[in-house]
Design a protein around this ligand. Structure first.
Ligand SMILES: NC(=O)c1ccc[n+]([C@@H]2O[C@H](COP(=O)([O-])OP(=O)(O)OC[C@H]3O[C@@H](n4cnc5c(N)ncnc54)[C@H](OP(=O)(O)O)[C@@H]3O)[C@@H](O)[C@H]2O)c1
Length: 267
């Protein structure tokens, strides 16, 4: 069986390096090309310290797509992610998006192009299994508890707000119902910002402080009781690898945009 050929944008980054190693270790896929502006012209193996990993690094998406990959993995920054994804789709390549910070409008446009070119896009705000489980538990809770809010904590250097995990969770919960506000936003006394941002029917509060890594709380409140679903990430990118490999293996079975790893998992 031919190996799946992967082109990864951001293969030299914190998350991309770990995934590159995971792809290198896999029997059924290989890295055909990588994108990193500061390492263009080198091989990926030279940069991330794997002898024998000869995938060339390019400085832009157009050159990298000349390697004719089967799947394009986007793991860079939200400011450039949409352009990368649309270029890959227009070259007939399926796409896995790990980058966080794309807006609902970006996803609408990506979905339209993916459907037009009959290719699949799997966008996963968080590839970790424990986060996938938190999402499923939160969806169950939202069917029974109409009041909830999300708190998204991260280190002070994380620029994108809220996190991809929080955006994805808000998007999922919106499919069940909008979270109820007993005092509507236009009836609040005081600065409205303190109540967070309303994202697809959920109040989301982002904290960015030194001392935090990354965590998320989905809080469901009922009179006299509350349910808090909390996920905490460590400092390693390892927990994201197996979910990303699964997404890469499955994305070519999809057409259009699908969000969340559970689109390709059995529960
Ligand atoms: N879905 C998940 O489970 C998950 C897990 C971890 C991280 N993430 C998300 O993944 C993204 C990457 O995170 P990270 O921590 O790995 O970032 P990082 O360490 O800063 O790495 C970014 C990578 O993207 C490349 N890059 C940046 N800007 C680029 C541009 N304009 N054109 C081409 N390449 C560019 C960088 O190389 P050059 O600077 O050399 O170009 C580098 O290889 C973030 O959005 C993060 O939130 C998602």
């Amino acid at each position: 069986m031919d190996k799946l050929r992967i082109c990864m944008a951001g293969a030299t980054g914190w998350a991309g390096t770990e995934l590159s190693k995971g792809i290198y270790r896999s029997q059924d896929m290989e890295l055909a090309a990588a994108i990193s502006r500061s390492n263009a012209g080198k091989t990926l193996g030279e940069v991330i310290g794997i002898e024998g990993l000869s995938a060339p690094i390019f400085g832009n998406v157009e050159d990298a797509l000349q390697a004719r990959p089967d799947v394009f993995v986007e793991y860079t920054k939200p400011s450039v992610a949409k352009q990368h994804v649309l270029s890959a789709l227009r070259s007939g390549v399926h796409v896995v998006i790990g980058t966080s910070g794309l807006s609902s409008k970006d996803y609408d446009e990506i979905d339209e192009v993916a459907n037009n070119v009959n290719r699949g896009v799997l966008a996963v705000g968080n590839f970790a299994l424990t986060v996938v489980l938190l999402q499923k538990f939160a969806e169950m809770a939202a069917k029974h508890i109409p009041h909830w809010e999300i708190i998204d904590d991260a280190h002070s250097g994380k620029k994108d707000v809220p996190s991809g995990t929080a955006r994805e969770l808000a998007n999922r919960l919106s499919k069940t119902q909008e979270s109820k506000l007993d005092v509507p936003m236009d009836e609040i006394d005081g600065p409205k910002e303190t109540r967070g941002a309303r994202l697809q029917g959920t109040q989301v509060h982002s904290i960015r402080l030194p001392g935090y890594v990354i965590s998320i709380d989905a809080i469901f409140g009922m009179p006299g009781q509350k349910l808090i679903l909390r996920h905490e990430s460590g400092t390693s990118a390892e927990p994201y690898v197996s979910g990303a490999l699964l997404a890469i293996r499955e994305v070519s079975k999809l057409v259009g945009l699908h969000r969340g790893l559970d689109s390709v998992m059995k529960f």
